[in-house]
Design a protein around this ligand. Structure first.
Ligand code: CA
Length: 230
């Protein structure tokens, strides 16, 4: 990969892959997106798009449905099955409710019918990118996600739980390395550099479990702690 998703290119531009076989529309959109500050790659068919999306890193993909070689939703399914999580906007003349449902079910984040309004397309791309960047900043924890900036844990169907600074510091260390076992000494160093006693680790494990349930932190007997399984 050239770079991490969301990192933008050397000039700070977001990278978009435009998958469209209508050359005139590609030309118009590439100009528009470049003017808007995107670094644009284009693919005229599904095969080329699959190759590019698997070998390079994009911030957003814009995919037409009726494409040569591999049609748009098939392309999308193949990307999702290979763990490409880049947000996708489907741009298609097939735009009745059933078409939109098919696109969203195939893994698209958004769906815009042709003909479309260019300002609406640009606004939707900005929104997609914003949501993706926010999600990229949050960390999976048992049953939900931790957003370290707001110190909130979000879980489906429940109000968010706010953590104290120390609770958040501890959970963030565990959640950034979900497979790693940490000794109390490791956690003291990484989460509470100003504290002296390893007891502080146990105290905050206790607080986290009280707020989020016992399973949020797993005890590795005689050794330390790791993030609980979700
Ligand atoms: Ca087409």
């Amino acid at each position: 990969m050239d770079h991490e998703p969301g990192e933008a290119d050397a000039l700070g531009r977001a990278r978009v892959l435009l998958v469209e076989d209508d050359a005139e529309l590609v030309g118009m959109l590439a100009t528009l997106l470049t003017e808007e500050g995107y670094a644009v790659d284009t693919a005229p068919d599904g095969q080329r798009a699959l190759h590019l999306a698997l070998t390079r890193s994009y911030d957003v993909l814009v995919i037409d449905r009726g494409l040569p070689a591999i049609e748009g939703l098939d392309l999308l399914g193949r990307l999702r099955s290979r763990a490409v999580a880049t947000p996708v906007l489907v741009l298609s003349a097939l735009a009745n409710p059933a078409d939109r449902v098919a696109g969203l079910d195939a893994g698209a984040e958004d769906y815009l019918g042709k003909p479309f309004d260019v300002d609406e397309l640009l606004a939707r791309l900005r929104a997609l990118r914003r949501r993706h960047l926010e999600a990229a900043d949050s960390l999976p924890v048992s049953g939900g996600r931790l957003d370290p900036r707001t110190r909130l844990v979000h879980r489906d169907g429940e109000p968010p739980v706010r953590l104290s600074e120390r609770e958040c510091a501890l959970l963030e260390v565990l959640a950034r390395n979900p497979k790693r076992m940490f000794s109390r000494r490791d956690l003291l160093t990484l989460a509470f550099p100003e504290a002296e006693s390893e007891n502080v680790v146990e105290t905050y494990v206790h607080y986290l479990r009280r707020k989020l349930g016992r399973r949020v932190v797993a005890t590795v007997h005689g050794r330390g702690y790791q993030l609980g399984a979700s």
